[in-house]
Design a protein around this ligand. Structure first.
Ligand code: SER
Length: 432
C-alpha cells in the first residue's frame, strides 16, 4: 500500500461514515497568536470546538499539514536521530463537533485499523487516561475498547503526560486514548514489561493514532493559573501521523524508509554523489536535509518566510540546520538546498497543488537564504572551529566554551547563535 493510498483510504473511510473531507489549513495559523505553526489537525477547528463558530457539517476528516518545531510541541532537535520525529508531517484526523463521542470514535478507529488497513489486532495496544486530581480516570474508554474487540489486558492506563491532550497552555483539551503498534518479532512474548514497553520511545512500538475526547476549555484566570470549563458539547479530535501509519503498513522500521520520504533522501544522496546508509553521519544528514526540505517547501508555500523573529526565525533555523548539515556532512559546496525543495514540489504537488503554484517563489526564497547563510558559514564556521580546537580536552575531544567567547563570535563575525548551537550540540561540546 503506498503512502498516498494510506491517506486516501483514511479520508474515504470517514467520508463513508458521514464526514466531510476538509482541505488542510495552511501552516501559517489563521488568527491564532498562541501558535507558531499549525501543529495539529484540530487547529483549524479550535473555535468550532469552543462553540464560537459553526460550520455546515458536524463531522469532518482531514489530512493536515503540520510543523512541530518551536512552541509546546517541538521536535526539531530530534529530527534525523530518531525513527519517527519530523519537523513537517501530515496528520490524518476525524472530528466530531458535538455529534458522536467516545463510543463511535473508538469503534471507527478499530474498524479502520483492523478491517480496512488489515492490521493484526494482536499487535495493537491501547492507552487511556489514568485520572488525577483534576479529571477522573477514563474507565469508560477501557470498556469501549473491550467492546470494540480489544483484549482487556491490552488497554493500559497512563497519566497526564501521555493521555491528556491540549493544544497549548490554553484552549480545547481532554483525556485521550492512544493506539500503539508493536513492530517486534513476537507480539505474544510474555517476557516484556508491557506498560513501559508499549509507552516507551523504542523503535519496536510506535504510537500510530491519538483519539482526543475533547471535553474542556482550559483558560488562564491569573498568570500561570488555569481552570477547566466544560465545552458546549463533548467532541472528538483524532490524529494519526501519516508517515507512521505508512511505515507500519509498509513493514519498514522508520518513517524515513517509507515511500513518502525515502525518494527525497535518495534524491539528496544522488545530488551528493553518495549512497544512503542509515547508521552513518551522512545518513543522519540526509534525513535532516530531506525532512527540513519538506518543512521549508511547505512553509514558504504557505507564506512563512525565514526571518529573525517568531515563526520566521524557527523556519530560518530549520533551513540553516539543513544547509549546515548538507555542507558539513555531505560535501555540498554551493547552493543545493533549493534543488531538494524543488524535488519536494515535484514529488508532493499532486496531493498539495499549492506547491506548484508557488514554485518560483519557493526557489527564489530558498536560494536567497542559502546565499546569505553560505557567506556567513564560510567565515564563521572556521572561527568557531578554531575556538573549539583551542578549548578541546585532549582526552575526551570535547570542548567547554565560555558564553562570552561565543558572544564575541556573534558580534564580530555574525555567526548565528542557532548555528553555534547546532555545531556544539552535534559535537557534544558544552558552554559555561
Ligand atoms: N490533537 C491530537 C494530537 O495532535 C489528536 O489529533 O495528537
Amino acid at each position: 500500500m503506498t503512502g498516498n493510498e494510506v491517506r486516501s483510504i483514511f479520508l474515504n473511510f470517514f467520508a463513508k461514515h458521514g464526514h466531510k473531507i476538509v482541505k488542510s489549513s495552511p501552516l501559517l495559523p489563521a488568527n491564532d497568536p498562541t501558535l507558531l505553526f499549525t501543529n495539529a489537525g484540530m487547529n483549524q477547528f479550535k473555535d468550532v470546538f469552543l462553540g464560537a463558530e459553526t460550520r455546515d457539517y458536524k463531522r469532518a476528516t482531514t489530512s493536515q499539514k503540520c510543523v512541530r518545531a518551536g512552541g509546546k510541541h517541538n521536535d526539531l532537535d530530534e529530527v534525523g536521530k530518531t525513527a519517527r520525529h519530523h519537523t513537517f508531517f501530515e496528520m490524518l484526523g476525524n472530528f466530531s463537533f458535538g455529534d458522536y463521542f467516545k463510543e463511535d470514535a473508538i469503534r471507527f478507529a478499530w474498524d479502520l485499523l483492523v478491517n480496512e488497513y488489515k492490521l493484526d489486532p494482536k499487535r495493537l495496544w491501547f492507552s487511556v487516561f489514568a485520572g488525577d486530581a483534576e479529571v477522573s480516570a477514563d474507565d469508560e474508554a477501557v470498556e469501549l475498547w473491550v467492546k470494540a474487540g480489544a483484549p482487556r489486558e491490552r488497554v493500559l492506563k497512563f497519566g497526564r503526560k501521555d493521555n491528556f491532550w491540549q493544544m497549548g497552555e490554553t484552549g480545547p483539551c481532554g483525556p485521550c486514548s492512544e493506539i500503539h503498534y508493536y513492530l517486534g518479532e513476537n507480539p505474544e512474548d510474555p517476557a516484556f514489561n508491557k506498560a513501559e514497553y508499549v509507552n516507551g520511545d523504542g523503535d519496536d512500538t510506535v504510537e500510530i493514532w491519538n483519539l482526543v475526547f475533547m471535553q474542556y476549555n482550559r483558560q488562564e484566570i491569573a498568570p500561570g493559573q488555569y481552570k477547566l470549563d466544560p465545552l458546549p458539547a463533548p467532541s472528538v479530535d483524532t490524529g494519526a501521523g501519516l508517515e507512521r501509519v505508512t511505515a507500519v503498513l509498509q513493514g519498514v522500521k522508520t518513517n524515513y524508509d517509507t515511500d513518502l520520504i525515502k525518494p527525497i533522501i535518495e534524491f539528496v544522496a544522488k545530488l551528493a554523489g553518495k549512497e544512503y546508509k542509515a547508521q552513518t553521519q551522512e545518513g543522519f544528514a540526509m534525513r535532516v536535509v530531506a525532512d527540513h526540505a519538506r518543512a521549508t517547501t511547505f512553509s514558504i508555500a504557505d507564506g512563512i518566510m525565514p526571518g529573525n523573529e517568531g515563526r520566521n526565525y524557527v523556519l530560518r533555523k530549520i533551513m540553516r540546520r539543513a544547509i549546515y548539515n548538507g555542507r558539513e556532512n555531505l560535501g555540498f559546496n554551493g547552493e543545493f538546498f533549493y534543488k531538494v525543495c524543488e524535488f519536494v514540489i515535484d514529488f508532493m504537488k499532486d496531493a498539495y497543488p499549492e506547491l506548484e503554484a508557488q514554485r518560483s517563489y519557493i526557489e527564489k526564497m530558498v536560494r536567497l537564504e542559502e546565499k546569505r547563510f553560505g557567506a556567513t558559514l564560510t567565515v564563521g564556521l572556521k572561527k568557531l572551529e578554531d575556538l573549539v580546537n583551542a578549548n578541546k580536552d585532549e582526552q575526551t575531544g570535547k570542548a567547554i566554551l565560555s558564553a562570552s567567547s561565543l558572544a564575541k563570535l556573534y558580534d564580530t563575525y555574525g555567526v548565528p547563535i542557532d548555528l553555534m548551537y547546532v555545531v556544539l550540540i552535534q559535537g557534544k561540546h558544552s558552554i559555561t
